[in-house]
Design a protein around this ligand. Structure first.
Ligand SMILES: [Cu+2]
Length: 698
């Protein structure tokens, strides 16, 4: 586990070096020399060991605890939505085993990273910037979660984590394998009661909303205030067939059933969220050929059953949504002698549909079939990328071309929702976009201890089905903008890595992203669709904007066992066009920094870390975003590994039981709860959280 101490600041190559060495930390070895060829830039990796000594609630929390430029938006006790360098939603790609996954919920109750859990994960790769042509639509970053492969022999692991507020997770996975066939199966359950904030209130108690019945009439019913806030079962399996040394066939399947997930920030909760994921990969090594196919489907049912708004009925509002992805990719790798080249083609079909009903318990329900009107996005892409070493330089470049057809089913929009069509707000249901993208990166190795890189990338992402076609009538109409153009990002990144002395490492990155046709929320007042009264409308617009910032990390090894880490990230977002009073972009995380002191002798492990997030005063007041206060929290972790098999870990997060809030996201969600003050409801982070991990490898 020693390599972990330095994982935060090392390049891919360096991590591999250490993983293979498995001896002691010798910081002078952390230089980029071999394997430079295939190296990708700005790529950070964390390994399973990193993930293990956390409370393992959620991938968003885990990653944001390690990298200051990674943040998340909170709506519930789990299922937090990732934000990388100020980019979120479809502006970043979150993949599982190279396959694209999109949540079904229109409120992003189930963001992509929700659909995988810690015991499944082998490693996570974060690649920041628009330097990915192998996948469609990587506008600003890609997070790829790789799950464990079965290995030869018999092995496995079982573990439990027990934590505050009745948090429990238990898992098992095992594999058997010969040279020819290897099989892995695993299962886990994870549940929790509502956590308490630093002021000792349960997270469910913050759900106090304005409703037509009164200013604070929307709440959890008393019997649900201390009910389970999530309960998630997962099973997964993977088979690898290796008929010859040169051929590998991999098939994996995972199923996830999340029940009764409570979202105090929203007006509804998920009764269930069920995911099926299937991946197939065929690797013919001597031909340099990789073929992969995947399919995943998510079914999501959310209602206000647990809230006072449902009264004595089963619910007053409900949305049922389904999302599916089918994808195919073929990549051929070859050497031209002077350059390593990959060429490939990929295809995906993304489907998303949702139906909604409001005021279901009244004589005149507002039925909105086709809230997401059965939208198909079909994409075909071709790409080529190459890497070449020229003396001290490594040049990497890629080019991609995509054609995307987005199509909604006009006939799916019916009932009250039809008025959005008759009033001309939704006036087109099909659009095709074709666009190139690409990048060039150059890394210069000054000497063994120092290197620099600079990169330029142009990337594009198409509007998602909601941004173009969401259809929701009622008192707060929310509709898509079918004429939205794809967002284009022209970005420059520069960075440096230095090991000035044997036990000191530094890494810095700066980025400047110039965004054309950035997809942004638009809200305005107008006469209601019914013709009487005033309504607030929400839709989307293209604006020009920029997001820029950087991160800095530092590692110092006092000796082979004791080390210190410090890191910091900051980003700003500014509007460049459109009608606005406030030029700040919404949903941009403020400055965040982390300092940690770590001890690791292979058996004993200890970590003390402090995380500071500055005040977020750069908010978009046009969208009624309000400021978030700064906070400082401290976390402690200790662990003991016995005979490389038995692991015991103990952690305390937020040691001083502070009441604090993550930076806030407000109006993104159609069903956000609105408080008495007229601002969306705020959900604080957990107070002091004590947990213990116990696991056994066999
Ligand atoms: Cu939902």
């Amino acid at each position: 586990m020693r390599k972990l101490a330095i994982a935060a600041i090392l390049s891919t190559t360096a991590i591999y070096t250490f993983a293979n060495a498995q001896t002691t930390i010798k910081v002078e070895k952390i230089t980029i020399k071999e394997k430079q060829k295939k190296e990708e830039f700005s790529k950070k990796e964390i390994t399973q060991e990193d993930v293990k000594i956390t409370r393992q609630v959620d991938l968003g929390e885990i990653l944001s605890g390690i990298y200051p430029e990674v943040n998340f938006m909170r709506k519930a006790g789990t299922a937090n939505d990732l934000n990388v360098r100020g980019f979120s939603r479809d502006n970043i790609n979150v993949f599982i085993d190279g396959s694209e996954v999109h949540g079904a919920c229109p409120n992003r109750m189930d963001p992509p990273s929700f659909h995988v859990s810690s015991p499944q994960i082998e490693k996570i790769e974060i690649k920041e910037g628009p330097f990915d042509v192998e996948n469609p639509g990587t506008l600003a970053a890609i997070v790829n979660v790789k799950t464990k492969d079965p290995k030869e022999g018999v092995g496995g692991e079982t573990g439990v984590t027990v934590g505050s507020f009745s948090y429990r997770t238990g898992y098992f996975w095992g594999n058997v394998g010969s040279k020819f066939i290897k099989v892995l199966v695993g299962a886990s359950n994870q549940y929790s009661k509502p956590y308490e904030s630093g002021e000792g209130k349960k997270v469910t108690e913050y759900a106090v909303y304005t409703t037509p019945a009164g200013q604070t009439a929307g709440r959890y019913k008393p019997q649900y205030i201390n009910e389970k806030v999530f309960n998630i079962d997962r099973v997964w399996s993977k088979v690898i067939l290796t008929p010859t040394d040169k051929v590998e066939f991999k098939l994996s399947y995972a199923f996830e059933n999340a029940r009764n997930i409570l979202y105090p920030a929203l007006r509804m909760d998920a009764l269930y969220d069920r995911t099926n994921r299937l991946n197939a990969d065929f690797d013919i090594k001597d031909l340099g050929l990789k073929i992969s196919a995947y399919q995943n489907k998510i079914k999501h049912d959310m209602r206000d059953t647990f809230r006072t708004t449902s009264g004595t009925a089963a619910y007053s509002m409900m949305t049922y949504a389904e999302s599916s992805m089918t994808g195919f990719k073929v990549v051929k790798s070859f050497g031209l002698g002077w350059m390593d080249v990959d060429v490939g083609a990929d295809y995906y079909l993304r489907n998303w549909k949702a139906n909604n009903i409001q005021a279901a318990n009244t004589p005149n329900p507002n039925r909105n079939p086709g809230m997401i009107p059965d939208v198909d996005i079909k994409n075909v892409g071709l790409f080529v990328k190459g890497v070449r070493d020229i003396q001290n330089w490594t040049i990497s470049t890629g080019l991609r071309f995509d054609s995307t057809k987005s199509e909604a089913d006009k006939n799916a929009i019916s009932g009250n929702n039809n008025i959005l069509i008759t009033k001309g707000l939704l006036n087109s249901f099909s659009k095709t976009d074709s666009y190139p993208s690409g990048y060039i990166l150059a890394k210069y190795k000054i000497d063994k201890r120092n290197n620099l890189y600079i990169g330029f990338g142009h990337s594009v992402r198409v509007p998602d089905p909601i941004e173009r076609y969401i259809a929701l009538s009622g008192q707060a109409p929310w509709y898509g903008n079918p004429s939205l153009k794809p967002t284009k990002n022209n970005e420059i990144d520069v960075g440096a890595e230095s090991y000035p002395i044997d036990n000191l490492g530094l890494r810095a990155n700066l980025f400047y992203s110039d965004l054309t046709d950035f997809i942004y929320l638009r809200q305005y007042q107008g006469i209601c669709l019914s013709g009487t009264g005033n309504c607030t409308y929400t839709t989307y617009q293209n604006i020009d904007a920029k997001i820029y910032g950087g991160d800095l990390s530092l590692f110092y090894g006092f000796n082979e066992k004791l080390s210190a880490e410090a890191s910091l990230a900051y980003q700003r977002g500014k509007k460049d066009s459109g009608v606005y009073k406030d030029s700040d972009l919404t949903e941009i995380p403020p400055l965040k920094s982390r300092v940690a002191l770590k001890y690791d002798d292979g058996a004993f492990y200890g970590l003390i870390e402090g995380i500071y997030q500055a005040r977020q005063s750069k908010v978009d007041s046009d969208l009624k975003e309000i400021e978030t206060s700064p906070y400082f929290i401290m976390n402690l972790k200790v662990g003991y590994t016995y005979a490389n098999r038995l692991f015991f870990g103990l952690g305390v997060d937020n040691v001083f039981d502070r009441l604090y809030y993550n930076y806030l996201s407000y109006v993104r969600d159609p069903f956000r709860g609105i408080s008495v003050s007229g601002n969306p409801v705020k959900i604080p982070e957990p107070g002091r959280f004590i947990y213990a991990n116990l696991s056994y490898k066999f």
